[in-house]
Design a protein around this ligand. Structure first.
Ligand code: FAD
Ligand code: NAD
Length: 481
């Protein structure tokens, strides 16, 4: 780097935001020989580590431990109702974060040679970024990776009650008696199950249907489990005016038919989607086009300013940590090696970590019908037909595969135990544009949940394999001796 204390810093790469997206670029860039300035205004690691994936999965794990004790009777192991030490659960969650944090720390990044500035950044012109303390950076390329924050819609009265979002819920010190959750997306569903299993009464309000971007056949299984475990699920009800009560908060609900009702709780969690963090960047000053959905990028993740990339949640596409990391790797390829990149070149999987998990990659049945008409094939294999699932008494769920008429894989959805892990070979198969035969002919170890993969793919061939034609051929060959 050729910067000095008076002039601007002049790195090869200036990365704004140290979440999953920005850290991927900074670590990879520095290790590949580029000079890198990384600017972060808050905590290293961004949302995923501090207020997102990691704490939510740690709470789900604590909830799963409690539920395992409740369900142990099925195996002939009888345990009393588990006692939940909520402060200890939260300490477990913080300990998990603390264990991962060194990977994302200032110390590690400085050790890699990255210049880390703990400050807020904004564009002052098309090729200069400035931090609040006045440090100027004129980089060869900029990468905006400022992420997203919870969207808080203008629900009347919301400002009159203390409400939680993902930025505050993991800081609770006492277990909520009755948690009202607005929004049945991945955040709402995961936290509803985690808190319910940890002994909180939970009411989940969703204006449409839960996990609305997923195949309804798959979400039905998650719905059954949530309600079965006692989550009071109000689908089809939109949250309206909110008001404080003596014991907490009341939310008025209305449905499409114009009916009205209300729900009361001790705490309110708003999980109604995300909004990109663009407001303090002065994007217009940097000649960077944007909408309320995020920074506008092309297939190569470039903004309207050719020096500037935008990646991760702020780029307005699917909002997942693995997408942020994927974007980061692509940008390194483009910015450092000048190679062409295409963000849509590979299918993006997603997993919701409820129990049972819901995992999917590629097209859903509805999307496949829209694109390919009725010539598609839809194949299923249930967890009930899997011996490992039976041994573990986890027979809820199924694999749903969609292929074209020639057996080329179009998409797969799995709802069931460890669905996110079972999805892996399907992701590879879709990435490599394989046909069902490739998975049907592999040997899967017995008894594993992964046998569902082989069986589902194999069912593509069942009608032909066990047909009258095959039977006639076998009899003919037998007669020939
Ligand atoms: C509760 C919850 C659970 C989730 N669970 C999962 C999951 O299980 N799996 C999954 O794949 N995804 C999950 N996600 C989504 C995932 O957290 C995000 O997709 C991911 O964190 C996006 O990474 P990012 O780097 O784009 O943004 P972020 O992680 O938001 O990082 C952006 C960083 O930029 C900084 N910043 C912003 N503006 C400036 C500025 N002007 N100057 C300097 N710094 C700035 C911010 O402080 C922040 O640290 C979850 C999200 C939530 C909220
Ligand atoms: N496991 C994971 O990968 C994971 C987990 C959590 C979050 N995330 C990411 O974070 C994103 C945000 O999650 P989210 O759950 O906050 O948002 P979301 O957009 O997925 O879900 C918000 C839900 O709120 C509902 N809604 C909106 N207004 C409403 C109202 N007035 N009343 C009732 N319901 C209303 C919508 O119909 C929608 O279903 C996800 O889309 C995902 O990209 C991923």
């Amino acid at each position: 780097m050729t910067g000095n204390s008076r002039g601007p810093l002049r790195p090869d790469l200036c990365v704004i935001g140290a979440g999953a997206a920005g850290l991927t670029v900074a670590a990879g860039g520095a290790q590949m020989g580029a000079s890198v300035v990384l600017i972060e205004k808050g905590e290293m690691g961004g949302d995923c580590l501090n207020v997102g994936c990691v704490p939510s999965k740690a709470l789900l794990a604590a909830g799963a431990a409690a539920q395992a004790a409740r369900d142990a009777g099925r195996f002939g192991v009888r345990l009393p109702e588990p006692e939940i030490d909520f402060p200890a659960v939260m300490a477990h969650m913080r300990d998990v974060i603390a264990g991962i944090a060194p990977m994302d720390s200032v110390e590690r990044f400085e050790g890699l040679g990255v210049t880390v500035l703990h400050d807020r950044a904004r564009f002052v012109d098309a090729r200069t970024v400035e931090t609040d303390d006045g440090t100027r950076i004129r980089a060869r390329r900029f990468v905006v990776a400022t992420g997203s924050r919870p969207a808080v819609p203008p629900i009347p009265g919301l400002e009159t009650v203390p409400y939680l979002t993902n930025e505050t819920v993991f800081g609770l010190t006492e277990r909520p008696a009755h948690l009202l959750i607005l929004g049945g997306g991945p955040i709402g569903c995961e936290l509803a199950q985690a808190f319910r299993r940890l002994g909180t009464r939970v009411t989940l309000v969703e204006g449409g249907r839960i996990l609305g971007r997923d195949d309804p056949d798959l979400t039905a299984v998650v719905r059954d489990r949530l309600t079965g475990e006692g989550v009071d699920l109000r689908e089809g009800w939109r949250a309206g005016p909110v008001a404080p009560t003596d014991a907490g908060v009341r939310v008025h609900l209305s449905d499409r038919a114009g009916r009205e009702t209300a729900v009361d709780g001790s705490h309110l969690l708003v999980a109604l989607g995300r909004q990109p963090v663009t407001d303090t960047l002065d994007l217009n000053g940097g000649h960077i086009g944007h909408t309320e959905k995020g920074i506008t990028v092309d297939e190569g993740l470039r903004t309207s300013n050719r020096r500037v990339y935008a990646i991760g949640d702020v780029a307005g596409g699917p909002q997942f940590t693995h997408v942020a990391g994927y974007h980061g790797a692509l940008v390194l390829k483009s910015a450092l090696f000048r190679l062409p990149i295409k963000a849509s070149a590979t299918p993006i999987p997603h997993v919701t970590y409820t129990d049972p998990e819901l995992a999917a990659v590629g097209l859903s049945e509805a999307q496949a019908r829209e694109r390919h008409g009725d010539g598609i094939r839809v194949l299923r294999w249930t967890f009930e037909d899997n011996d490992r699932a039976r041994c573990e008494r986890a027979t809820e769920g199924f694999v749903k595969l969609v292929t074209d008429r020639r057996g080329r894989l179009l998409g797969v959805g799995i709802v069931g135990r460890h669905a996110g892990e079972v999805l892996a070979p399907w992701i590879l198969a879709l990435h490599k544009r394989m046909k069902a035969g490739a998975l049907a002919t592999m040997v899967a170890p017995y008894p594993t949940l992964s046998e569902t993969t082989k069986r589902t793919a194999g069912s593509y061939f069942t009608p032909g394999l066990f047909s009258g034609r095959t039977q006639r051929l076998v009899r003919l060959l037998a007669r020939l001796g």
